[in-house]
Design a protein around this ligand. Structure first.
Ligand code: TRP
Ligand code: SF4
Length: 350
């Protein structure tokens, strides 16, 4: 069972693909997408059909963020991916601020969601999300509310338990609302909607596909990314332990500390590492490299690591230098986008 409200530590992604009937997404499917090439985005539903519909101008793309969480690398990836699909296919793009879910799941007051969403939207714009994007808050989008209630007429509590497991009513309500989100782009006509999300969100996709069929709408497509493990090497990342994840809001000194303290695949001694090589497959510094460095650099780090040519100290410095450059650049763009983000939030929450 996948639980969208508890961060999970998934070990076996191929089992998930089998268990839930996903399709693997090979690097040849979208060769110009770095996350696909690197296997970070690893599976999909109906992406092939979506691409076809997008080429025929009959598709849209949508994802959502919960403002109760930090803007971490998962959020970065979906924003960058949204920008990518928008650029490549020119499809209408939707970015949902899940303020109702943040309230139901985390008790975050609505005013807080508005304040934090300014920052999240500024980050997303700075990452290249188009200014043409339709930004909205769940609590302000009448159609999403209505859709959620309509969906409630179609699903039984037994279905909710089967899809999500046992949860309090408030989370089932958040689930119905998210189905409403995903159906929003079909408000004025059928189209195929692609939803780039973390694999933990698949229950929402499955439920939406099921009800879309029955409402005479097009079932949504999805791409799934792997969940980032904790930087400390202990299972899942957690909001309660800031050292477990990198956030785009981290001050440079803190970010540096997180990278230098991250769990590595290094050996006990330098001699042993020169002899046997390191283990990038379990190394969080290497994982960070796959987010921030280009293909050649990633390959070079991998080769020098497994051959024992490079030790972790040197490697960390190399990866950190790249991340630091990115963060400094990003922060500049973020500051530039803040006024626009403030305006957007004011506009869509009035
Ligand atoms: N549930 C998502 C999360 O926790 C946020 C979200 C809300 C979302 N509505 C959505 C994601 C619609 C994709 C599509 O991050
Ligand atoms: Fe990780 Fe780099 Fe050490 Fe290899 S050399 S284990 S990639 S930190």
């Amino acid at each position: 069972m996948l639980n969208p409200w508890a961060s999970e530590d998934i070990k076996d992604y191929s089992r998930i693909i089998k268990e839930f009937g996903l399709k693997e997404i090979g690097p040849d499917m979208l060769p110009d997408n770095p996350y696909v090439r690197r296997g970070i985005v690893f599976a999909h539903r109906d992406l092939d059909l979506w691409i076809e519909d997008a080429r025929n101008g009959n598709a849209a793309i949508l994802t959502g963020i919960k403002p109760s969480g930090p803007f971490h690398l998962g959020t970065l990836m979906t924003a960058v991916d949204l920008a990518y699909f928008h650029r490549k296919f020119g499809v209408p793009t939707y970015y949902c601020v899940a303020d109702v879910e943040a309230y139901e799941d985390n008790g975050l007051p609505y005013e807080e969601s508005e304040r934090i969403a300014v920052s999240h939207i500024a980050h997303a714009l700075a990452l290249g999300l188009s200014e043409d994007t339709y930004f909205y808050f769940q609590s302000h989008e009448k159609h999403v509310m209505r859709m959620a209630f309509k969906v409630a007429r179609l699903v039984t509590d037994a279905t909710l338990r089967a899809v999500y497991g046992e949860h309090p009513l408030r989370l089932y309500m958040a689930a119905l609302l998210q189905v409403g989100d995903i159906l929003l782009p079909q408000k004025d006509g059928k189209k195929r909607v692609l939803v780039p999300v973390g694999i933990d969100q698949d229950p929402h996709i499955r439920l939406t596909r099921d009800v879309a069929h029955r409402m005479g709408l097009v079932p949504p497509a999805a791409t799934y990314h792997r969940l980032m493990r904790s930087l400390t090497g202990e299972g899942k990342m957690s909001k309660r332990d800031p050292m477990s994840y990198l956030s785009l809001d981290d001050p440079i000194d803190l970010a540096r500390k997180k990278v230098y303290n991250a769990f590595t695949g290094g050996r006990a001694t330098a001699e042993e590492q020169r002899e046997k090589g390191g283990r990038p497959d379990i190394c969080m510094v290497f994982t960070l490299a796959t987010y921030f460095m280009d293909d050649e650099e990633i390959r070079d780090i991998h080769d020098k690591c497994v051959s024992g040519q490079m030790l972790c100290g040197e490697c960390k410095k190399r990866v950190w230098d790249k991340i630091e450059k990115f963060l400094i650049e990003h922060r500049k763009k973020y500051e530039e986008k803040l006024p626009l983000a403030r305006e957007i939030v004011k506009e869509v929450t009035r």
